[in-house]
Design a protein around this ligand. Structure first.
Ligand code: GTP
Ligand code: MG
Length: 305
């Protein structure tokens, strides 16, 4: 549905930054729906996630990206590439930093990447709810010295401060263009992907240390229940890298896996608007993060999301 209206603006906006700065939180806030998972563990987002915001006069397509970090395995390399690739295809770049953190090597690295682009870059300073307003000035000065940002916007993605004004400013920068997606479409990701992410998010919330990084979730089946009306059955497998991790994810007498299931089911029911029967399995795939074939099987394909 590529409809071109006089004066209508549209464009693609990439959100990049170090892990954990709040990129996915901003995406969900502007879309008004949870399409990207969030957690306090770094490297939560692994694929690019597209969210569409349609207004009467504009359509903004936000692209949430994996946090930029030094890759330690093939999955990390895929994540870095995914984030970098979005820079080429967009009309605007939101470089997000955390107001609580000092400008670090990671930010320097990202600004070096940005040197090559002609696309306008906004510096979005997030988590301002956590710092004294006086400290903002010195943060801004530090970044300004290193890069010529088109705009500098302090926000709180979590509480919503300044997000409206960020959106208004973004709209000013967008070119005239077509409406790429129908007004009621909020993402281009299939439900299957979002369901697997919601399950992974619950494991991230309930585990620590190496577990969050070692898991992947594969959806085996989604189908309507044959007997119960308005009930969808979902079967999924949580992949771990080692036997010891399998025990942790299952938990004592299955307690942890049960909690993951209960929490994920609620979110999936919200997403699908129907009752869900969720069945979870845990399987060991040794060292999957370093094996190209497993990466492809688990949905990390460059030609896809
Ligand atoms: N206090 C505060 N916390 C925030 C804000 N925005 C995000 N957070 C928290 O920061 C953590 C990371 O948020 P995410 O949105 O998952 O961060 P991300 O940048 O997408 O992280 P990666 O996907 O790992 O790159 C979560 O615990 C969020 O609740 C904010 O404005 N204020
Ligand atoms: Mg994220």
């Amino acid at each position: 549905m590529l409809e071109q209206r006089q004066g209508f603006k549209s464009g693609f906006i990439s959100i990049i930054g170090r892990p954990n700065v709040g990129k996915s939180t901003l995406l969900n806030r502007v879309i008004g729906q949870k399409i990207a998972i969030m957690s306090d563990k770094p490297q939560t987002t692994r694929n690019k996630v597209q969210g569409v915001l349609t207004n009467p006069e504009s359509q903004m397509i936000f692209i949430d990206t994996p946090g930029i970090h030094k890759p330690k395995h093939k999955l990390g390399e895929f994540m870095l590439k995914t984030a970098k690739n979005t820079l080429r295809e967009v009309d605007l770049i939101m470089f997000m930093v955390n107001a609580e953190q000092q400008l670090g090597k990671g930010d320097e690295f990202i600004m070096e990447l940005l040197e090559g682009t002609k696309t306008p870059v906004f510096l979005v300073i997030n988590k301002i709810d956590q710092v004294h307003p006086d400290s903002l000035l010195s943060i801004i000065e530090g970044y300004k010295e290193r890069y010529e940002f088109a705009e500098i916007m302090p926000i709180s993605a979590l509480q919503g401060n300044n997000v409206e004004s960020l959106l208004e400013t973004i709209e000013k920068y967008l070119p005239e263009g077509p409406q790429y997606y129908p007004a009621d479409q909020v993402t281009d990701h299939p439900e299957r992907f979002i369901i697997s992410e919601l399950i992974r998010e619950k494991v991230l919330h309930l585990t620590r240390e190496e577990i969050p990084h070692s898991i992947a979730v594969v959806i085996d089946k989604i189908k309507p229940d044959e007997e119960k009306e308005n009930m969808i059955r979902v079967q999924a497998t949580i992949m771990v890298e080692r036997d010891s991790q399998k025990g942790i994810v299952i938990g004592k007498r299955g307690a942890l896996l049960k909690e993951v299931g209960t929490r994920a089911r609620k979110d999936i029911e919200m997403l699908l608007g129907s009752k869900v029967y969720l069945e979870l399995w845990v399987k060991v795939q040794k060292d999957w993060r370093n094996k190209s074939t497993h990466l492809r099987d688990f949905g990390f394909r460059e030609d896809e999301y």
